[in-house]
Design a protein around this ligand. Structure first.
Ligand code: PRE
Length: 287
């Protein structure tokens, strides 16, 4: 990656070799200087402090669902805007510094999402190893260095960085396993998108004001009335009281479109908490 003084800076969950790094490279190509950090929460803090221009964080996986820490930080942190999305196919490799038979592995290290995405392989092919969750897949590869009979789950990219042996390839349960990432920026650095030809998506969070029959139905009806296509709806507990939820909604459209403004105005009136996370170009694989 280039180290040019004039390049914009983008931080991500490191160390080098994570899927978050793959996402950042895929999204920005060579046009950014990459800064690996130790946690997703460090990425949010660095973006909030304006020390970097962008951060790349995982938001959801096709098998394991939402990345809760990212969901919660999007709720909590102010001055953060979602300015982009990127989808990365996730292929997991079983890696070690030793040449081991699969059944010899006593300790298995990886990120919780990666372990979840390889659940069937771990159950069917390994001999019930102790599973240790790590801050990232690349961090798992660092951690197994001095642990005998250990292995890590990580990306193909990491094999050469750490000089690892590949014990098994493509071990994810689903062949179409993929993770969606958000590109975040400080609101002050946010430049309005002005390409009318682009297809945009918008992400919001809202918590209904009242817990009564039909509340969610009425909230969602506002989108139907304006013919707005929802692409995702997820809930997270508000953490205030059992049974109270915030809804994370993604839909097609730009936050300043006339119909979107009308729908969101209505929705805000029904909400005790309401936040527009941002509008961003819908992800398209580049040729
Ligand atoms: O640990 C990594 O390599 C990451 O970039 C994190 C992460 C995640 O949190 O979902 C990203 C993509 C994969 O789904 C597995 C792990």
């Amino acid at each position: 990656m280039k180290k040019d003084q004039n390049l914009k800076k983008c931080c991500y969950l490191g160390p080098k070799g994570t899927f978050s790094e793959i996402a950042a490279v895929k999204y920005f190509s060579e046009n950014v200087s990459l800064i690996p950090l130790q946690s997703i929460s460090d990425v949010f803090e660095m973006v909030q402090s304006k020390e970097v221009d962008f951060g790349v964080v995982p938001i959801e996986n096709s098998v394991e669902g939402s990345v809760n820490i990212t969901m919660d930080l999007l709720f909590e942190k102010s001055d953060i805007q979602v300015v982009g999305e990127c989808v990365v196919p996730i292929k997991h490799f079983l890696l070690s510094y030793e040449s081991l038979d699969l059944t010899e592995i006593k300790k298995l290290f990886s990120h919780q999402q990666a372990i979840g995405q390889c659940g069937k392989f771990i159950k069917n092919r390994l001999n019930n190893p102790e599973v240790i969750f790590t801050a990232s897949t690349a961090n798992a590869c660092e951690m197994i260095k001095d642990v005998p009979k250990s292995a890590a789950i990580g990306s193909e990219n990491i094999v050469n960085i750490y000089n690892l042996k590949v014990l098994a390839k493509d071990i994810q349960d689903s062949k179409s396993n993929s993770t969606r990432f958000f590109v975040i920026a400080h609101s002050d650095n946010f430049k309005k998108f002005e390409d009318p030809e682009q297809n945009y998506k918008t992400s919001i969070i809202c918590s209904p004001k009242h817990n009564k029959p039909g509340v969610l139905y009425n909230m969602l009806k506002t989108f139907k009335e304006k013919n707005i296509n929802l692409t995702r709806i997820e809930s997270r507990p508000t953490k205030k009281q059992l049974g109270e939820y915030s809804f994370y909604i993604d839909f097609e459209g730009y936050k300043e479109d006339k119909d979107v403004i009308t729908a969101l105005d209505k929705l805000e009136k029904m909400s005790s908490f309401f936040k527009i996370l941002g509008s961003y170009p819908k992800w398209k694989e580049r040729e």
